[in-house]
Design a binder for this molecule. Structure first.
Ligand code: MSP
Length: 653
């Protein structure tokens, strides 16, 4: 982002799909955008910060149906979860837009009409690979083995459907000119080439309506074609202008064009190609920047519900502190690169950067100023005794901000931390406690004041990242972070005059152990407990040397069964879910703890021995209607199977 003289700044997050609950990736986009919005306000800009939810489309229609809800009921529910998370996270958005909002729908219809009337939209046949089961078209590149649906694996067929098209191809040259007009249109700059190459390879016109589902915005009445609803990306992208009233009440359009659209790298193409082309067609200005961040993984793996490794941002923020979590995300990963989330890395940042470097420095100042000067500090002698340190720190304070224009939050924070090191070193070298003993009080005061001023300036520049913590630090130093203190301490490089230091409780208590378990970790701990309980029961039995009679043995009904279905239990490292035919009306569902030794394919259509009259039990919430016989020793586990195939249900004994 450039430091342009325009006072108005419009910052956006993507609008989040309501087919999933918020996770750490969503929190990341929103936290970066919030930090930029807060920074812009601090420096005196008039900011409009937008976020919201993307609620139309076939996926959402399906997700709602699966839960027995209408799409709107379902969208209301998930949209609220996003909104309340952002409220809990104190995200400073000015508007939360929903694509089901009436004014958005009207604005999108208006845009369609404008593009249609200027000849950029035409009707034709859309030809693509269609999966009947998923009711979705796929491109050739998306297909598995050139034929199969990437979602459900079924065979696809080539189908033609009537569709309206947007003349994207027409905008190829103008798009290339736009990317060329500034090297930082697309951030990080490294992504620009990727986009330009894609465009240079030629753009096909874009199908922008669908007839295969209903949950979408209808075409404007003037076009009179009720079969069609709009393609979700046309609908969704338009939110950036409908939120400002495009097509309805256009008062807020004075914030347009956006300073920056903050997005993840997966949706760069939509924002850097389709969106500017739509805007050109509408005759609207183009955004200043589109900035795409990288992807968060969890211990090196992609996060997904089925793996049970999704990080719940609320749980992490509640456990570790919201602002510590913000600091971590913005410090840990260079903008644009992928980052791995681990609690260890988070704890390290809290204990080291925040606790040792920042928190301790404040404590040292509180301690020394209290002991030697009854908390009264004066900055008059700083330049006399600490000229070089002050200059070194001021140089950083006056050059660090441009990092934020390119959203290099990690470099920005790294540089601020350099000034904390200067401050810590100044104390270690000047040793105010020695100076006090030698009666050189003004020198001791100068060191304390140098450090207090460095802390004050760090508090101002760190404010957009950690709003509350920095106000506490500023409060301890007798001032408030706001635009005035920004002008005074940063823009004009002034120092705090005489001030009184206030004691504050430790800001970053040390964290020794991870504080949160993921669903997968929780499931694993639960399984371990269950296994231990079973082991204890077995031991009890064996130690009793309890002989049984033949009648007692025959109380157990053992049968041969055929495995007719086998699958992994999501989030479980040990369990498989089997359907076993015992010659009864329907197969039995058996949840077996054998995943470490057998894959579903090893079991499918093979025979096993089953305890058939075991009382059904629930394992991880799933009913298990029997037990499979197996033998286990130090070398592992093997199933007990009939030597040759037997009819399903054959009794054993
Ligand atoms: N609805 C569209 C956006 C339309 S904007 C006009 C969408 N929604 S999303 O909910 O799927 O994703 C929203 C944002 O979250 C994207 O920027 C995406 O990159 C980000 N993330 C989702 N998972 C992520 C990670 N695991 N890591 C980092 N960010 C990721 O796309």
């Amino acid at each position: 982002m450039s430091e342009e003289k325009c006072k108005r700044v419009y910052i956006t997050t993507p609008i989040y799909y309501v087919n999933d609950v918020p996770h750490i990736g969503h929190a990341y986009t929103t936290i970066i955008a919030d930090t930029l919005a807060r920074y812009s306000r601090l420096v005196g800009m008039d900011v409009f910060f937008l976020t919201g939810t993307d609620e139309h489309g076939q996926k959402i229609e399906q997700a709602a149906k699966a839960r027995g809800k209408t799409p709107k009921e379902y969208a209301d529910e998930i949209s609220n979860r996003f909104k309340s998370l952002w409220d809990d996270f104190e995200i400073s958005y000015d508007k939360f837009i929903r694509t089901t909002d009436e004014h958005h729908i009207k604005g999108v219809q208006k845009a369609f009409e404008v593009m249609y009337n200027n000849g950029d939209i035409y009707k034709d046949l859309y030809r693509g690979h269609y999966c009947v089961s998923c009711e979705t078209f796929f491109t050739e590149q998306q297909l598995v083995d050139e034929e199969f649906c990437p979602e459900c694996g079924r065979s696809t067929s080539i189908v033609e459907e009537e569709s309206y098209f947007f003349r994207l191809s027409k905008y190829q040259d103008r798009l290339l000119e736009w990317y060329d007009s500034r090297p930082d249109r697309i951030l990080p700059k490294s992504k620009r080439n990727e986009v330009m190459n894609f465009v240079k390879n030629g753009l096909d016109d874009l199908s922008i309506t669908r007839t295969s589902f209903d949950w979408g915005i209808k075409l404007p009445d003037s076009i009179n074609d009720p079969k069609h609803v709009m393609y979700v990306w046309l609908d969704a992208l338009m939110n950036y202008v409908t939120a400002l009233g495009y097509g309805t009440d256009e008062k807020l359009m004075e914030y347009w064009p956006a300073k920056v659209h903050l997005i993840g790298k997966d949706i760069l193409r939509f924002h850097a190609i389709y969106w500017p082309a739509f805007l050109m067609s509408l005759g609207l200005e183009l955004p200043h920047h589109v900035a795409a961040h990288g992807w968060w993984t969890r211990n090196g793996e992609k996060m997904s519900k089925s793996k049970g490794n999704v990080v719940d941002p609320k749980e992490i923020a509640d456990a570790y502190g919201l602002e510590n979590f913000r600091y971590f995300m913005l410090r840990e990963v260079p903008f644009g690169q992928d980052g791995d989330f681990s609690q260890k890395a988070l704890m390290d940042r809290i204990n080291s950067d925040l606790g040792n470097d920042l928190g301790n420095l404040l404590n040292r100042i509180i301690g020394m100023s209290g002991k030697y000067f009854d908390f009264e500090v004066k900055s008059d002698n700083v330049a006399e005794f600490h000229k070089s340190e002050l200059e070194e720190a001021e140089k950083i304070f006056s050059t660090v901000e441009p990092y934020l224009y390119e959203i290099q939050t990690n470099r920005y924070l790294e540089d601020l931390w350099k000034t904390l090191r200067i401050a810590n070193k100044a104390i270690d070298t000047a040793m105010p406690w020695v100076k006090m003993k030698e009666g050189r009080e003004s020198e001791a005061m100068a060191t304390i004041a140098l450090v207090a001023n460095i802390l004050a300036k760090v508090a101002v520049l760190l404010h957009p990242f950690m709003p509350r913590t920095t106000q506490t630090i500023a409060g301890a130093l007798g001032f408030e972070v706001n635009h005035e203190s920004y002008l005074k301490l940063i823009k004009n490089s002034e120092l705090l005059e005489a001030f009184k230091i206030e004691k504050v409780p430790p800001l970053f208590p040390r964290i020794e152990e991870p504080l949160v378990e993921t669903p997968a970790e929780k499931a694993e701990a639960e399984e371990k407990k269950e296994a231990k309980r079973a082991e204890e029961k077995k031991d009890e039995k064996e130690s009793g040397a309890n002989l049984i009679t033949i009648d007692q043995f025959f109380q157990t009904s053992l049968k041969v069964g055929t495995v007719v279905e086998a699958e992994e239990v999501p989030k479980s490292k040990k369990l498989l879910k089997l359907q076993v035919d015992l010659g009864e009306e329907r197969p039995r569902q058996i949840i077996a703890g054998i995943k470490e030794w057998y894959s579903p394919d090893d079991l499918l259509n093979t025979q096993v021995c089953v305890v058939a009259n075991l009382k059904p039990a629930k394992l991880m919430g799933m009913l298990s209607e029997g037990m499979i016989l197996a033998a286990k020793d130090e070398e592992g586990l093997c199933l007990i199977r009939p030597e040759s195939p037997k009819r399903a249900g054959t009794p054993i004994g």
